[in-house]
Design a protein around this ligand. Structure first.
Ligand code: PLP
Length: 357
């Protein structure tokens, strides 16, 4: 098979070593003679994977001791409900920066008073709203640090007078985060952290037990914290691959090292989008994501969109079609995507331009 360059938005490219080690574990998990998907999660061999994975999260993100790390099923979407269930007592605010932020807000509105503190829908979510006041009587403020569909990103840890909760599904582990500025960070693993099937939750312990409502057992973070994320059968395969992905990240130098690589990849592609007369970027420059690069055909060139998609596909580019709600193109440059992948896409864009000018 000829070389492909995978720019899928999630599930996405994962490090080859993580895939290879997972294949081996599927055949024989840690020399037990039993496949990873057949072992009991109550064995010491499995518990060592859980322990290692939790420890790697703590090490890679420098998570302070007063936080818990939990692994759960149901993806980030179920966390939208968990957040409100566990933390919404009187009132919460959400920064509405796109589809995922909006879905998180909707779940909270089903349980209590929750509203959009600011919104960038007026320009199809192509920027991050700024300069809004945060009232001090909120239970929490919820943000989505990287807006996977629109290619915008909050790239710094904001100062927040109320507990700050962040959906970091699509930019976790791409930069150093000051975890102490957040009451909670969560996301689906299926971008930088591993495969689909598991969500990560990093929660400050003093946030627990603040609400008066009954919380169903499975939706109560304390249930899963008390049982080390094994109250019920954990998604062993997904956690194993996540652990291998984190081991790879640690091996290449951790989040600071990958951040430099990620920034270079994004800069390379944005530079081409800005230079190439066939394309234009859609997100405001100051808010451009380094994970999801969104672009469209330049004005007057719109009719060539499908032709470019076919042209790129022929040259091995996979997953560059924009999200169905915005159209155009999106190249997701998550951690396992390489500079070489990006340069292949850039070469393809340049070739396409030569054909048409
Ligand atoms: C920022 C963000 N939040 C939430 C989700 C939903 O994640 P899941 O499919 O794990 O529920 C996604 C999915 O792409 C996402 O990009």
């Amino acid at each position: 098979m000829s070389k492909v360059h995978v720019f899928n938005a999630g599930p996405c490219l994962l490090p080859q070593i993580a895939i290879d080690n997972s294949i081996e574990a599927l055949k024989d998990f840690k020399g037990t003679g039993v496949s990873l998907i057949s072992i009991s999660h109550r064995t010491k061999e499995w518990e060592s994977v859980m322990d290692e994975c939790r420890a790697l999260w703590k090490e890679l993100l420098n998570i302070p001791d007063d936080y818990e790390v939990v692994f759960l099923g149901g993806g980030a979407s179920l966390q939208f409900l968990y957040v409100a269930m566990n933390f919404l007592e009187k009132k919460a605010a959400y920064l509405d920066t796109g589809v995922w932020a909006h879905k998180a807000l909707k779940e909270a509105q089903g349980l209590g008073e929750a509203y959009a503190i600011a919104c960038s829908k007026d320009r199809n979510y192509c920027y991050i709203p700024k300069g809004f006041d945060i009232p001090s009587d909120l239970d929490y403020l919820h943000i989505t640090t990287n807006n996977t569909i629109y290619g915008t990103e909050i790239k710094t840890d904001i100062d927040c007078p109320v507990p700050l909760i962040a959906d970091m599904s699509s930019d976790i582990l791409s930069r150093k985060v000051d975890v102490s500025k957040y009451a909670m960070i969560y996301g689906g693993a299926q971008k930088n952290a591993g495969p689909a099937g598991v969500a990560f939750v990093i929660v400050r312990k003093d946030m627990l037990g603040r609400v008066s409502r009954y919380i169903p057992t499975m939706l109560d973070y304390r249930t899963h914290i008390d049982k080390g994320s094994m109250f019920n059968t954990p998604p062993v395969f997904s956690i194993f691959v996540m652990n291998e992905t984190l081991k790879w990240l640690k091996g290449i130098g951790g989040v600071e090292a990958i951040h430099a690589i990620d920034e270079k990849k994004a800069a390379t592609l944005y530079a081409e989008i800005d230079r190439n007369s066939m394309f234009r970027g859609t997100a405001d420059k100051e808010d451009r994501s380094i994970m999801n690069v969104c672009f469209v055909m330049a004005e007057g060139r719109e009719a060539l969109q499908d032709e470019f998609l076919a042209f790129a596909k022929e040259r091995g580019m996979v997953g560059i079609k924009g999200h169905r709600s915005v159209g155009g193109f999106r190249a997701s440059l998550y951690n396992a995507c390489t500079q070489e992948d990006v340069e292949a896409l850039v070469a393809c864009m340049q070739e396409f331009e030569k054909l048409h000018i």
